[in-house]
Design a protein around this ligand. Structure first.
Ligand code: VNL
Length: 401
């Protein structure tokens, strides 16, 4: 404790001397004080640990947005502060506190996994600071704080089109295998609800642990169940390991169709999955292959800035999260007061690299197209090629019952 106090005093001294130096500068400068002209955005991301790819993708995309649009908006200068929570919820919470109290950020953002977002919600509520969910996908997160706004996706939103497609395409019996936490349980629940409502049957529901995933036992069980199809959800970063084990277990050779959300055939990993995934059908909110001028520019600029690394759906959530900050500041004329900024975010709509999107003013959740895609090989590389679109899909769990 004394150590902590000492540090606090040191911080005070440091702040005083910084302020002193700043004041001295202003006495000689013709321009007015600039301190208030900076809007700080605190990005809390897993930059290390099992979900580090999500952190890398989002950071790169946020930086790309700023590089493309300039760091000035509505008379303010945007400053990004990136903090690594290593995928640990206690760290996310502590970092959110520090960003609010010490750095005085106007916006919190990032949150690579559901538990990390949930840990930050109470801080956002207390501090009255908007918190933009750029990655996590469990539907209920936005219900836990009125300061949450989402630019990623929800699992119900991305899963329902897959269930409907499966039912319409001759699949009658399905086994589901999902990661055993929020987004996986959302996917499991909504796949079952929609698939059964469309006349299908769920013959087994399997859940694999989120940490240290080994899917072998679950895949053997799924194989023994002899379904028409196996529906999969794992978070970004785990798809390659899962698909390797799917192939090794011989499910495809047995004639079991493999379907899932696009988290599995992640653009970040798909080229390491091999030809065994060619033909796999998934539903998702973003493919790097999306055919639009906005996406072609986004992908080209991202590849150029990141040593040819392909952007994935996490990147587009980060890119649009920054777009949301810029567009909200334009609307408030540069006023970054929490309540004004939040209010400005509600109902905003624009064309993202993924297609048209908007922020539902009632729920603060994202409304977007969901695409049905098939893995294809083009010029030696694997892509999720979109062939059907469900327009303006809302998360179903927030709609009044
Ligand atoms: C979550 C959902 C995370 C989907 C993911 O990747 C994902 C989450 C890290 O809500 O935790 O693909």
């Amino acid at each position: 404790m004394p150590g902590n106090n000492q540090r606090r005093f040191l911080m005070k001294d440091l702040k005083k001397s910084v302020l002193g130096a700043a004041a001295a500068t202003f006495m000689f400068a013709a321009a007015p004080a600039v301190a208030d002209d900076t809007v700080k955005v605190g990005l809390i991301l897993p930059m290390t640990g099992a979900s580090a790819s999500t952190g890398r993708q989002i950071e790169a995309a946020a930086r790309l947005y700023i590089a493309e649009h300039g760091s000035k908006v509505a008379g303010k200068t945007i400053e990004l502060i990136i903090k690594d929570d290593a995928g640990v919820a206690d760290q996310s919470k502590r970092l959110a506190q520090e960003l609010v109290v010490n750095d005085k950020v106007s916006v919190l953002a990032g949150f690579g996994l559901t538990p990390l977002a949930l840990a930050v919600g109470p801080i956002a509520t207390q501090a009255k600071v908007p918190a933009i969910i750029m990655a996590a996908g469990t539907a209920m997160i936005v219900d836990t704080s009125p300061w949450f706004v989402r630019t990623s996706f929800t699992l119900p939103q991305n899963t329902i089109p897959m269930a409907e497609w499966a039912a319409k395409n001759g699949i009658k019996k399905v086994v589901t295998l999902v990661s055993d936490y929020g987004p996986g349980l959302d996917a499991e629940k909504w796949f079952k609800t929609k698939f059964e409502a469309s006349g299908g049957q769920i013959i087994d529901q399997l859940r694999s642990p989120l940490a240290n995933p080994d899917f072998a036992a679950f895949l053997q069980k799924a194989k023994d169940d002899k379904p028409d199809a196996l529906f999969l959800f794992v978070p970004s970063g785990q798809g390659a390991v899962l698909m390797k084990q799917v192939v090794e277990r011989g499910l495809v050779a047995d004639g079991i169709k493999i379907i899932g959300t696009g988290d599995v055939t992640d653009d970040d990993l798909i080229n390491g999955m091999g030809d065994a995934v060619v033909g796999m059908i998934t539903s998702h909110n973003y493919s790097a292959d999306h055919n639009s001028p906005e996406n072609k520019a986004f992908v080209a600029n991202f590849l150029k800035a990141n040593g040819n690394a392909r952007p994935n759906f996490m990147a587009v959530g980060g890119y649009d999260g920054m777009a949301l900050v810029y567009k909200a500041l334009e609307k408030t004329g540069g006023d970054a007061t929490g309540a004004k900024l939040l209010d400005a975010m509600k109902g905003l709509s624009w064309v993202s690299p993924r297609g048209p999107i908007s922020v539902d003013p009632e729920t603060r959740d994202i409304v977007q197209n969901v695409y049905i895609r098939k893995v294809e090989k083009k010029d030696g590389a694997l892509w999720n090629v979109e062939f059907d679109t469900l327009a303006n899909v809302k998360d179903p769990s927030h709609t009044p019952k």
